[in-house]
Design a protein. Structure first.
Length: 73
């Protein structure tokens, strides 16, 4: 878990295999490190908490041009 500016812990998805898709038909692998550097680092704490919570609970979340999810298969 990662604490936010108020020391509230956010969901940790760094250990899960992640995927992204532009249209839900083709999913490609993406590393947490790449996602962190390119997308997550630019999010507000609120948006980041929402993203991490939704993805950690098994749903896909759209950020920019892609949907992101944990590879469950």
């Amino acid at each position: 878990m990662t604490p936010d500016q108020y020391h509230i812990e956010m969901e940790d998805i760094s250990k899960y295999p992640l995927q992204r898709s532009a249209d839900y038909s083709f999913w490609e692998e993406i590393s947490f490190e790449e996602l962190q550097k390119t997308i997550l680092a630019k999010l507000t704490d609120e948006k980041l908490k929402t993203f991490l919570g939704v993805v950690r609970n098994g749903s896909a979340f759209k950020l920019g041009d892609y949907f992101y999810r944990i590879n469950a298969g």
